[in-house]
Write a protein that binds this ligand. Structure first.
Ligand code: NDP
Length: 324
C-alpha cells in the first residue's frame, strides 16, 4: 500500500470530466491518497485539455502529486491503478444505434489493448461513456490479462435518482432510504426496483403505500430522468453524473456500509438468470476495492419481466457491437 494512486481520466476535456476532477482531487474518492493524474482526450481537444491543466494548477490541490496530459493511451495508461472512461463519441442526429456501437466499440478496443499492455494488472476501470455497459464489455473482453471483476460501468446516477425520488415521495431525507436497485442497462430499459428497499427501516412499498405510483410513474421517471434534465437545462446532466462517478469509486474503494448495497454494472456471472458475459447492473456490496453481487433476493414476476427486457437489450447491443 503506497500513499499514492495513479488515476487516468479519459474525455478529460469534456463536461463530466470538468465536474468530476475537483471531487477526485479533494479526496472524495480515495481519501487522502496523493494522486498522479493522467488526463486523456482526442488530439483536437489538446488546447482545452491544457486549459484544464492550468485550472488544476490554480486549484492548488494538496492531493495532486503530478499531472500528465495527452492523447496517447499507451503513455497515459502506464501503471494506472484506476481508469475512468468518460470520453466517447456522442450520438449525432440520424445515427443508428449500431453506428454508435461500432464507433465507440473501436475506441474501447483500442483503449482495452493499451490497458492490457501497460496498466497494472489489478487496475480498476469505470466506464461512463455511452452506451456504457457495452463499451465496458468491449474493454473487458479486450484487456484479457486483467480480471473481469475489475471492470464496471456507471449506473450509480440512476441509483441515486431512484433514492432521491423515493425520499421526495416519502418526505424523508436521503439517508433514510436504503437498498433500492438498478437492474440491467444504463438506458431507458433499466429497471429501478424498490422491492428490497426500506424507508426508515420499513419496506418502501409499505411506507409509500401507492402501488400505481411505484409500478409506473416512479419507474418511468427514473428511466427518463436524463431526458427531463436535458430538456430543462438544455444540456445533459453533468453535475449529477460527476457526483455519481465519485460515489461509485468511493464505495467500491472504501466499501459499502453494513447491511447496505449499491448498484454497479459489472460482469455477469449468471446471477438472477442473466446470461454470463454481459455488463449488467446488479445490487452489490463492496469492500477493499472488490464487489460481491448480492445473492438470494426474491424476484417476483413483475420484476422478472422487467429484468428480461433490459437483458434482451444488452444481448442485442452485444450482438451489434461484436458483429462489427
Ligand atoms: P460529457 O462529458 O458530457 O459526456 C461524456 C460521456 O458520458 C458521453 O458518452 C455521455 O453519453 C456519457 N454519459 C454517461 N452518463 C451521462 C449523463 N448522466 N449525462 C451526460 N452524459 C452522460 O461529454 P463531452 O462531449 O463534454 O465530453 C466528451 C469528451 O470525450 C470530449 O472532450 C471528447 O473530445 C472526448 N472524447 C474522447 C475520446 C477518447 O478519449 N478516445 C473519444 C471520443 C471523445 P451521451 O453521449 O449519451 O450523453
Amino acid at each position: 500500500e503506497t500513499d499514492e494512486i495513479n488515476v487516468c481520466v479519459t474525455g478529460a476535456a469534456g463536461q463530466i470530466g470538468y465536474a468530476f476532477l475537483p471531487l477526485l482531487l479533494t479526496g472524495q474518492c480515495f481519501g487522502d491518497k496523493k494522486i498522479n493524474l493522467r488526463l486523456l482526450d482526442v488530439p483536437q481537444a489538446e488546447s482545452i485539455l491544457q486549459g484544464v491543466e492550468l485550472e488544476l494548477q490554480d486549484g492548488a490541490y494538496p492531493l495532486l502529486k503530478s499531472i500528465k496530459t495527452g492523447s496517447d493511451e499507451t503513455t497515459l495508461f502506464k501503471d494506472v491503478d484506476v481508469a475512468v472512461f468518460i470520453g466517447g463519441f456522442p450520438r449525432k442526429p440520424g445515427m443508428e444505434r449500431k453506428d454508435l456501437l461500432t464507433i465507440n466499440g473501436n475506441i474501447f478496443k483500442k483503449q482495452g489493448q493499451a490497458l492490457d499492455t501497460v496498466a497494472k494488472k489489478n487496475c480498476k476501470s469505470l466506464v461512463v461513456a455511452n452506451p456504457a455497459n457495452t463499451n465496458c464489455l468491449i474493454l473487458a473482453e479486450t484487456a484479457k490479462s486483467i480480471p473481469k471483476q475489475n471492470f464496471s460501468a456507471l449506473t450509480r446516477l440512476d441509483h441515486n435518482r431512484a433514492i432521491s425520488q423515493i425520499a421526495l415521495k416519502a418526505g424523508c431525507s436521503i439517508t433514510d432510504v436504503k437498498n433500492v436497485i438498478i437492474w440491467g442497462n444504463h438506458s431507458t430499459t433499466q429497471y429501478p426496483d424498490v422491492n428490497h428497499g426500506t424507508v426508515l427501516g420499513k419496506r418502501i412499498r409499505q411506507f409509500i403505500n401507492d402501488e400505481a405510483y411505484l409500478n409506473n410513474a416512479f419507474i418511468e421517471r427514473v428511466q427518463k430522468r436524463g431526458g427531463e434534465v436535458l430538456a430543462a437545462r438544455k444540456n445533459s446532466s453533468v453535475m449529477s453524473a460527476a457526483n455519481a462517478v465519485k460515489d461509485h469509486l468511493h464505495d467500491w474503494y472504501f466499501g459499502t456500509k453494513q447491511g447496505e448495497f449499491v448498484s454497479m454494472a459489472v460482469y455477469s456471472d449468471g446471477s438472477y438468470g442473466v446470461p454470463n458475459g454481459l455488463i449488467f447492473s446488479y445490487p452489490v456490496t463492496c469492500s477493499n476495492f472488490n464487489y460481491k453481487i448480492v445473492q438470494g433476493l426474491h424476484i417476483d414476476e413483475f420484476s422478472k419481466e422487467k429484468i428480461r427486457i433490459t437483458t434482451e437489450e444488452l444481448l442485442s447491443e452485444k450482438a451489434d457491437a461484436f458483429s462489427a
